[in-house]
Ligand binder design. Structure first.
Ligand code: ADE
Length: 245
């Protein structure tokens, strides 16, 4: 997968050199390129923002540097049958979730446009629809100072779903949100720690019983912490036996 990120703070994206995403880049599984938006300005002060029409607080990112940057990304992009997807992180976007991460992981080329200040001149976003599949995406219902932190989160969530990025693909199966529920609690040695014992079932060696217990814990935890998620779950996916376990 090819990923381009355009930002006025390219240093923010240095974290993409680390850990599993950094390793995937080294291995050639992910081709990530970070671009400095100011490179695409033409004035002496490398201006990327100006005051908003209609008044109001803060500054708005100018359209032209964005058009120049995105044209450059399109020119450099490897030939593909599909238009790249342009993700514009914004608190005014559709909320990112695991289903969206899976959908994006199936695409060939993602481009992230990191806005700052009050956002990007809307005409640049409309203009970009000619060359990109444009998607404003929010990390959640809160406001960040810019898109960079959201991009770090999205690239990690999407990147780890690409085959070859996470060493053991099994670990993607039983994690939170994989099946619409939160994951069950986990424990490691010692079995007794500071007076706290692990649930006895985990020492039973009875795999069916352990599987039932884990499923039950997933429901219990989801009902407690995220009851909103249970609305999407088919209640029949909870085997009757689980209730008795
Ligand atoms: N930029 C500012 N706030 C954001 C959010 N909640 N999600 C994505 N990008 C943002």
């Amino acid at each position: 997968m090819r990923i381009d990120v355009v930002s006025i703070f390219p240093e923010y994206l240095a974290a993409l050199d680390l850990s599993l995403i950094g390793k995937a880049r080294q291995d050639g599984v992910l081709d990530v390129r970070v671009h400095d938006l100011r490179t695409f300005t033409t004035d002496r002060h490398r201006t990327v923002d100006d005051t908003p029409y209609g008044g109001g607080a803060g500054m708005v990112m100018k359209a032209e540097p964005w058009a120049q940057a995105l044209e450059s990304v399109l020119t450099e992009a490897p030939a593909s049958q599909h238009r790249p997807t342009l993700i514009v992180p914004s608190p005014a976007g559709a909320v990112f979730d695991q289903a969206m991460a899976h959908e994006l992981a199936g695409l060939e080329h993602l481009v992230f446009a990191c806005g700052r200040y009050e956002g990007i001149d809307e005409r640049a976003i409309d203009w970009a629809r000619d060359g990109f599949d444009v998607r404003p995406v929010s990390l959640g219902d809160y406001v960040l100072n810019g898109g960079e932190v959201a991009v770090l989160a999205m690239v990690e969530a999407v990147g780890r779903l690409i085959p070859g990025v996470v060493g053991n693909p099994e670990s993607l199966v039983e994690e939170s949100h994989a099946d619409g529920l939160l994951e069950y609690p986990v424990y490691t040695k010692p079995s007794s720690w500071r007076g706290r014992d692990i649930p006895e079932v985990l020492l039973s060696g009875n795999h069916a019983r352990i599987a039932r217990w884990r499923r039950m814990e997933q429901f219990r935890r989801t009902a407690d912490r995220r009851p909103d998620l249970l609305g999407d779950i088919d209640a029949t996916s909870l085997p009757a036996a689980d209730l008795k376990a």
